[in-house]
Design a binder for this molecule. Structure first.
Ligand SMILES: N[C@@H](CCC(=O)N[C@@H](CS)C(=O)NCC(=O)O)C(=O)O
Length: 206
């Protein structure tokens, strides 16, 4: 088995966390290299696309979180084998990726500027993506985003919805998802209670 090192920020969200959960689900050892924002600023110039996460597979460094999640998802048996189900899985993962890009644009703003940008986000992109995610969840049967079972798409959506509902973004109401898409709240609870996810957090807490 290859040697893996995942470099990402030290928090339980964003692009890195679903990959960590998938590694744990696969039972594959990896170096969970967590960096602070200050450390990131020092090393980002050396990173291929000046972005985290980066994954080292033996002596090869790869970028792009969804590519990593698909790869580790395959190791864990959490990626559909059927091409159409894989398309549904990728669609949900890609939607979260687009949403993250919109959210990140508001980072670094302060005061009234931050408030205005976040309110615009709430009434614009955030609402669009929350409703769109609920639509594709419904299309797939209402419980999981693809394959009628837990896949890496569910992990990626779960991490993001959990973060929104936990109030990690100032000026974004914590009940926004509850109001716009109760099915995503149920999905968050379903995935959060999945043995794969509870086992990961139990191991983290140990
Ligand atoms: N398409 C990339 C995007 C990565 C990305 O934007 N990463 C953020 C952190 S989650 C980042 O490094 N931002 C730093 C910056 O923009 O300076 C991926 O999916 O990995």
């Amino acid at each position: 088995m290859s040697k893996f090192k995942l470099t990402y920020f030290d928090f339980n969200g964003g692009r890195g966390e679903p990959i960590r959960i998938a590694f744990h689900a696969a039972g594959v050892d990896f170096e969970d290299h967590r960096i602070s924002f200050e450390e990131f600023m020092k090393v980002r110039g050396d990173m291929r696309f000046t972005c985290a996460p980066e994954l080292e597979v033996d002596d090869v460094t790869v970028t792009q979180s969804n590519s990593m999640l698909r790869y580790v998802g395959k190791l864990a048996g959490l990626y559909p084998e059927d091409d159409l189900q894989a398309l549904y899985c990728d669609e949900a993962m890609g939607a979260i990726e687009d949403l993250l890009h919109q959210i990140v644009r508001t980072f670094g703003l302060e005061g009234d500027e931050l408030k205005a940008a976040r309110e615009k986000l709430v009434n614009g992109w955030l609402s669009v993506f929350i409703k769109g995610l609920a639509e594709i969840l419904q299309r797939a049967g209402g419980k999981y985003f693809a394959d009628n079972r837990l896949t890496v798409a569910d992990l990626k959506v779960y991490v993001q919805i959990r973060s929104l509902r936990a109030g990690t973004l100032d000026h974004v109401p914590t009940d926004l998802v509850d109001k716009l898409a109760p099915s995503l709240v149920q999905h968050e609870e379903r995935v959060g209670n999945d043995p794969i996810v509870t086992a990961y957090y139990a191991a983290r807490a140990a």
